[in-house]
Ligand binder design. Structure first.
Ligand code: FMN
Length: 349
């Protein structure tokens, strides 16, 4: 019997749960930003997502990733109010219309407290072997003390990476079960989430994740454009492009991992329809003509015909905003501080 009454909701037989092909699930994933506020994600799906996070790879098996699953209807109203104050402005609608919010936490003390036992569990599981040079005495006198002497800034980085992996597994599991996902910044009030839950000091809030049933097209109007493959990946040395094989791309299209690029037909009408349904402003944000033209000429991006046509349509319609020239100096300063080519990102003046 379950200790949680909400798990009483029917758990389907394994045979009834659809088995979507993995490559298709990865290809189908989008950040979903319109949720049906009246449709709750079933408890068994939430638990499946958490299980997927729990079995994600973690360094030395230290289990540093934890989560608080929050639902408006059942949580402490004060906690909900506190969270509402923390959620970034552009995420408020996601927060209020989603079914559950998963607050992903990273326990930095897991590194210091569980390294020893974590490695022991790996040895017991047959994963840590002498074949790879593991040796108990060396581990206890060298490896584990060295790992445990890392400063918190370093373990923070290492463990946040690990939390990202766990979240990704949860997110893809949700996707496979028809659940819409979006990661969601809660940066409006620094330390606000930690305070809302009175977290011990070693617990860091890493990211929030909203889930629910998509009210928008589950494909979010197409796969969102990325940089070109050979601009992101290098072969053997930095700066040598890793050329993608068109035959691989073709095969991945057939398997559903690579899909038609956004914006699919009807996407902007859909956005306006959803805005009207909830009394929100219609439309999307546009950048100035000069900026759009520069972007469309940028060789790094993998722009397909749909996004190019959309850019052209916007340019033809006109009425675009002006570039905030008063911000130019700020952008130039920040980019120069980072050694970036200002002309590439801001164009010639
Ligand atoms: C760590 C992380 C944080 C993100 N935070 C937000 C967020 O606060 N709000 C939001 O709408 N999308 C957020 N996103 C989603 C990205 O903006 C998204 O990846 C991007 O829109 C590309 O679209 P896709 O996820 O549909 O492929 C986040 C993504 C990541 C990986």
């Amino acid at each position: 019997m379950s200790s949680n009454p909400s798990t009483a909701s029917a758990v389907p037989n394994a045979a009834e749960v659809p088995d979507l092909p993995f490559l298709q699930v990865v290809g189908d994933r989008r950040s979903i930003r319109y949720f049906d506020p009246d449709k709750k994600v079933e408890e068994w799906k939430v638990q499946a997502m958490l299980h997927a996070a729990r079995i994600a790879s973690c360094q030395g098996n230290i289990n540093a990733t934890e989560a608080i699953v929050v639902q408006k209807e059942t949580c402490d109203p004060d906690v909900w109010d506190d969270l509402e104050e923390c959620v970034s402005g552009f995420n408020v609608q996601l927060f209020t219309q989603s079914s559950h919010i998963i607050i992903w936490l990273t326990n930095i003390n897991a590194w210091y407290g569980r390294a020893n036992d974590g490695l022991s569990t790996l040895a017991l599981s047959g994963a840590l072997t002498k074949y790879h040079g593991w040796n108990y005495e060396f581990s206890m006198t060298q490896t584990i003390p060295r790992l445990m002497s890392f400063p918190k800034e370093r373990t923070d980085l290492l463990l946040r990476f690990e939390t990202g992996l766990a979240v990704c597994q949860a997110l893809l599991t949700g996707q496979a079960l028809g659940v819409g996902n979006c990661l969601c910044a809660f940066g409006r009030k620094p330390q606000g989430v930690e305070q809302a839950f009175k977290l011990p000091p070693s617990y860091k809030f890493t990211w929030a994740h909203v889930i629910g049933y998509p009210l928008e097209d589950a494909k979010g109007g197409g796969q969102r454009v990325r940089l070109k493959f050979d601009k992101l990946f290098h072969r053997n040395e930095f700066g040598t492009p890793y050329a993608p094989d068109p035959a691989v791309e073709q095969m991945l299209r057939e398997k559903g991992l690579l899909q038609e690029q956004a914006p699919l037909d009807g996407r902007f009408e859909e956005i306006d329809r959803l805005a009207a349904q909830f009394g929100r402003d219609p439309g999307v944000v546009s950048w100035p003509a000069r900026e759009l033209e520069r972007l469309m000429a940028d060789e790094d991006w993998d722009f397909g015909p749909r996004i190019r046509a959309r850019a052209q349509q916007i340019l033809d319609e006109g009425g675009l905003p002006d570039y905030p020239e008063e911000m130019r100096d700020t952008f130039v300063r920040i980019m120069e501080e980072h050694g970036l080519d200002v002309r590439k990102f801001l164009g010639e003046t």
